[in-house]
Each structure stands twice: as structure tokens, then as C-alpha cells.
Design a binder for this molecule. Structure first.
Ligand code: ATP
Ligand code: MG
Length: 417
């Protein structure tokens, strides 16, 4: 037997309807917010992620699936959705389209990580990217979209954390203050953070190491350093969220992993899925499009991990209905009856009714067993009497009640049932 690669998962029929539900909620939420679907390739030139995600991030440093193709090009499987979309925005000249351009996507992502619950090597994200607006109301709208999606999906008890990481100018000042503080504690930092200190000190605030956490507790806070413009921007985002009743907590330690974030950053965190508590992360990235060679264009977006949402729903006892079950199963008791069953099934399917009949030449008892296993709501028995009279005996599986229905009345019976 050949096994599935580590960190990947088969989604079997007993799970796939849950995925369909999440994807439907995602599409519907995006639709009412005016976002359109964008699909970019599963792999890009590695350069897209080096520049679009940033060389000091965990993703680029250690998590990418990068390989040379047969033409000796460096190719990388997408570890996240934003960089590819930014590349597509630039390449297709979408700066000349109606702005803000509002995109959403549902995509597999690939990261070479240590697999655990809620952490896979192939996982899936639903995300949005809104490009072209500097206005704080698009930040609030992005956050509201994420919140609406999570609510409609059935997620409860989730905390929204918001922060501003300032702009290029004021962040420099903060970084200097932070570096000065961290330098005093240099010896106690983990090896990774020692390395981060000069490359991307903000990321140290995000370190999961206990010792580093203790040190960063006493660190200078970015909100004391951001400039008036950045501060006003944050205040307006807060005001708009207040206006629509979105609750949030300001958390100066939220910095996000990616390099090109500016101003607003946010995360939705749950206590119900253990260590992998962040189900959604997002923020503003005003420098990204330019970084990828485009006309300076601001942007904001978020991504949620679909596996983590499903885990969260499962851990909090949220049930999702399976809409894909067969409505009616036809159980013929002989050869001539089987032809009739085949015919009836075929007519009902043309009307969009999910139905099935015997394909195994089983006896009636075994057919009922099968119908029960596949979750059929009704079983229609066709014996020789029924065939002669042009009727079926329909049994409702939930309560065992029976009713005799003429062949051409089955459809209207099911519609009323
Ligand atoms: P973490 O801190 O958990 O590693 P991250 O900051 O790397 O998360 P992002 O790059 O912001 O995550 O991705 C957005 C979302 O995608 C996360 O909030 C999470 O729900 C999901 N996600 C990220 N990495 C994985 C993974 N390896 N497996 C499953 N879901 C993931
Ligand atoms: Mg990560």
C-alpha cells in the first residue's frame, strides 16, 4: 500500500459536504460584499513569493515547496494567496480596472511545516483582497466581511484582535526603539529571534517562545510611536467597527508574519482549537503592488484557514447538515421491476431529485440495509403486484410509515413530503 504524503489529507464523502458548506458560505459572503472570484495558478516563479511574501518571513525562510522544473526554472507551490493575486493584478494591468478591485479566492496552499492538528502541508484558504483604496472604511469592510463569514459558518466565541503597525516612516522610529530595548535582552532571546533582531525585529513580538514572550511583554508599544495619520486611520477603523457592532480588542503584539503589511493588521483567534488558535489573519499591504513592479496601489485582505474552521466547528459541537443524501431509493424485487425502477429513477433525476436504485442484484432486505447506510429518506418498493398496478410502496425511513403512490405521482409526493 502506498500512503498519503505527511501533512496532507483525503477529504472523503463523509467530510466533503462540510467543505461544500464552508465554500458556499464563503462565496455567498463574498458576493454580498461585491467581491469577484479570482483564480491564479497553483505555482508561480519563486521570485513572486520572495518579493511578495518577504525574505524574512517563516514562509520564505523555511516553509516553501520550491523546486527546479525541467526547464531549470525555480518554481514554488503557492504558500498563500496574496502574492499571486498581486502578481496577476500587475501583469493584467488591473490598476486600470474599476477601483477598488474586490477579489476573493478559495485555494490550496502548501507549506513545509511540522504537521499537527490544524497545521498541514497542504491546506486551504478562503481570502479576499481589496486593491486601490487608502481609506480606512475599506479596512473596516474587510474585517466585517471576515466576521460575517465566520458567523454564517457557525463559528462562536472568537476574538478579533486589531493593531496598527504604522507606515514606513513611523515604523522605522518604532523599530529603532524596539531594537534598543531588545538589544538589552539579547542573550535571553531564542536563536531565531537573535537572527530576526536586525532583519525584522517586529516579528519578535510574534514569537511563540516563552522566554521571548516574557521579554516582549515589557517592550515599547507600537501604538505609542505611530504618526498622526496612522493613528487617525486606526481611530476611523475603530469608529466604523463600532458603528456596525463589531467587537474587537486592540492588541499591540499582533504584527502578522508577512513583510509588506502597513497600518491595520488583525487576527481572529479561538480558544477552542488548541495551539493553532488563529483562524484568520489579515491586514493592509500598501507597499506590495509596487514591490512586485506595479503602479503604487494600496491593498488590504485576509485569509482564513478552512481546515481550522472545520476543526473549530467540530470542537464546539456545531453540526452541518449533509444536503447530498439520496431522497429516494427504489428497491425492485425482480428483473422486470428493476427495469421499471431504472426508468423511474431516470425520470426523477431529470427533475433534479437525488435518487438511486439497486445496482447489485440484492434481495429486498439487503437493499433496505443499503438504503439506510446511504441515508436515503424514502425507500420505494416495487414488487410484482406494484408493477401490475402501476404503483410503488414508499416507506419513510425515519418513522417507518408507508404509503402507496402511483408511478407518475412519485415526484409530486416527494415535493410535498
Ligand atoms: P500560524 O501562526 O498558525 O503559523 P500564519 O500566520 O502562518 O499562522 P497566515 O499565513 O496568516 O498564517 O495564514 C492565514 C490562515 O491560514 C491562518 O490563520 C490559518 O488559519 C491558516 N493556516 C496557515 N498555515 C496553515 C497550515 N500549515 N495548516 C493549516 N492552516 C494554516
Ligand atoms: Mg505559519
Amino acid at each position: 500500500m502506498i500512503n498519503i504524503p505527511k501533512g496532507t489529507k483525503d477529504v472523503l464523502p463523509q467530510e466533503s459536504y462540510k467543505w461544500q458548506f464552508i465554500e458556499k458560505v464563503a462565496r455567498e459572503t463574498a458576493r454580498v460584499f461585491g467581491a469577484q472570484e479570482i483564480r491564479t495558478p497553483t505555482f508561480e516563479h519563486t521570485e513572486v513569493f520572495l518579493r511578495g511574501v518577504g525574505e524574512t518571513t517563516d514562509i520564505v525562510n523555511k516553509e516553501m515547496y520550491t523546486f527546479l522544473d525541467k526547464g531549470d526554472r525555480s518554481i514554488t507551490l503557492k504558500p498563500e494567496g496574496t502574492a499571486g493575486i498581486a502578481r496577476a493584478f500587475v501583469e493584467n494591468g488591473l490598476v486600470n480596472s474599476a477601483l477598488p478591485a474586490k477579489f476573493f479566492y478559495i485555494t490550496p496552499c502548501f507549506r513545509y511545516e511540522r504537521p499537527q492538528a490544524g497545521r498541514l502541508r497542504e491546506f486551504h484558504q478562503f481570502g479576499v483582497e481589496f486593491l486601490g483604496s487608502y481609506s480606512p472604511d475599506i479596512d473596516a469592510e474587510t474585517i466585517l466581511l471576515a466576521k460575517t463569514f465566520l458567523e454564517k459558518a457557525g463559528v462562536k466565541n472568537i476574538t478579533l484582535y486589531i493593531n496598527s503597525i504604522g507606515c514606513k516612516t513611523c515604523r522605522k522610529e518604532y523599530e529603532n526603539a524596539l531594537k534598543a530595548y531588545l538589544n538589552q535582552n539579547y542573550e535571553k532571546l531564542c536563536p531565531l529571534c537573535k537572527d530576526r533582531l536586525n532583519k525584522n525585529p517586529l516579528r519578535i513580538l510574534d514569537c511563540k517562545n516563552d522566554e521571548c514572550k516574557k521579554i516582549t511583554e515589557g517592550a515599547p508599544k507600537i501604538l505609542d510611536y505611530i504618526c498622526d495619520d496612522c493613528s487617525n486611520h486606526l481611530e476611523t477603523v475603530k469608529k466604523l467597527l463600532d458603528a456596525v457592532g463589531v467587537e474587537y480588542k486592540i492588541n499591540p503584539n499582533i504584527v502578522r508574519g508577512l513583510d509588506y503589511y502597513t497600518r491595520t493588521v488583525f487576527e481572529f483567534v479561538s480558544e477552542n482549537i488548541g495551539a493553532q488558535g488563529t483562524v484568520c489573519g489579515g491586514g493592509r499591504y500598501d507597499g506590495l503592488i509596487k514591490e512586485l513592479g506595479g503602479t503604487d496601489t494600496p491593498g488590504i485582505g485576509f485569509a482564513v484557514g478552512i481546515e481550522r474552521i472545520l476543526l473549530l466547528l467540530e470542537n464546539t459541537g456545531v453540526k452541518i447538515e449533509n444536503p447530498n443524501k439520496v431522497k429516494i431509493y427504489f428497491a425492485p424485487m425482480g428483473e422486470a421491476e428493476a427495469v421499471k425502477a431504472f426508468e423511474l429513477v431516470s425520470t426523477l433525476r431529470n427533475s433534479g431529485i437525488a435518487c438511486d436504485c439497486d445496482h447489485m442484484g440484492r434481495g429486498i432486505k439487503a437493499q433496505f440495509k443499503y438504503a439506510d447506510k446511504i441515508g436515503a429518506e424514502f425507500v420505494a418498493v416495487i414488487g410484482s403486484n406494484e408493477l401490475a398496478e402501476g404503483k410503488v410502496k414508499i416507506k419513510k425511513m425515519a418513522d417507518g410509515s408507508e404509503q402507496t403512490v402511483e408511478f407518475d405521482q412519485v415526484k409530486s409526493f416527494l415535493e410535498k413530503a
